[in-house]
Ligand binder design. Sequence first.
Ligand code: FIX
Ligand code: ZN
Length: 438
Amino acid sequence: MTTDTAASERSGSDGLFARLDTPQLLKVVEEELATTRFIDVHTHLFMPSLGKLGLWGIDELVTYHYLEAELFRSSRITPEQYWSLSKLEKADTIWKALFVENAPVSEATRGVIAVLRAFGLPTDSHDLTEARAFFAAQEPLAHIRRVFALAGVSEVVMTNDPLDPDEAPLWEYGAEPDSQFRPVLRLDRILNKWADHWQILNSQGYGVYADGRGTTALEVRRFLGEWCARMKPLYMACSLPDSFAFPNDDIRGRLLAEAVLPAARDFSIPLSLMIGVRYQVNPALRLAGDGVGKADLRALERLCVGYPENRFLVSVLSRENQHELCVYTRKFSNLMPFGCWWFLNNPSIVEEITRERLEMLGTSFIPQHSDARVLEQVIYKWRNTRRTLAPILAHSYQLLADDGRPVSRADIRRDITRLFRGNFESFCGASRVNATRV
Ligand code: FIX
Ligand code: ZN
């Protein structure tokens, strides 16, 4: 192929709409994935004005709870001994055990290597001295913009907890918004830990009770309304155990039906449910101590049937629940599946889930989110997603061509934009997504 045809192929208007031959498909899919800036619909990153809540840099990367879980398999240190170390000592311990004494072949350890290389740092050092010096020299705001550019994301969606003692006051004092960080109202403390948190609402003047009687639901709805007005979240969210059942007369079931779902309708925002966690199966590992369980997704069926005015952005943690979620998604247009969450975010499983979704849902789903807890993680998590999805998408287009309809670059660009931007924007209300861009 001469350079001219390549150029006209890439930029000429007729190139954009030209039917592609099989050998071109993978390259064009890779190029369109690389040049489309994604919306990262779920992360644990924080905008600059939320200060120290936002984690970044080598010591945070290396002490990510995914790596902490792997440390205890490759080292004699006990969790008690590990938790007594300083952040730097923890990072040194993990670096030695997982990156020096063993090959970093796991998805999470490879991720750290990919980040080091992205910044041109050595990936086989015996210690973290040079990496620490590099990150210490970064100007935080410029670093954030650079990281998002390297990751190919235009914005990330945060996880904001109105009952977090460190975070809530920052919002109440009017945290400065940032166009690359979008807020979400996270409700785990209200729906999963009501017994430990109802008094906080009570102390803020809300007429709520431990057993949920009387004005509790109405007052929780008022609380959510005030936070929606303050934070302008794109959606509300909650993770749920594998035992989640709905409808249910427990406090979670009642608050969901009488406060959360109505509040979501009041502000016309989706409710995100992340279902299937077995919380703290090993508490000694702290954040790394959660597990997974197969959930009974009939709870989701009843939510979609019972609340057609509500929209549900759903991710399920168990591999065994993926097919059911695809089938339910075919039944309910108020249901949008997103991401290969947490223990599923491994290329072999992402492949399986994404193929199944393309076959059953076409391009009407959100393939992935990063769940990044440390800023630079978006670099490798989105690089892995692009690397894993390119052959899967190219194969789908190959099958389509074999069946009689070759595609163009324009088709591929439209589909990729829908998968990684359009579906989320329209499900959250595109006007809301764009309007709240400052
Ligand atoms: O509930 C969630 O949002 C989960 O993603 C987290 O709790 C989990 O710890 C995590 O970091 C998964 O990647
Ligand atoms: Zn998360």
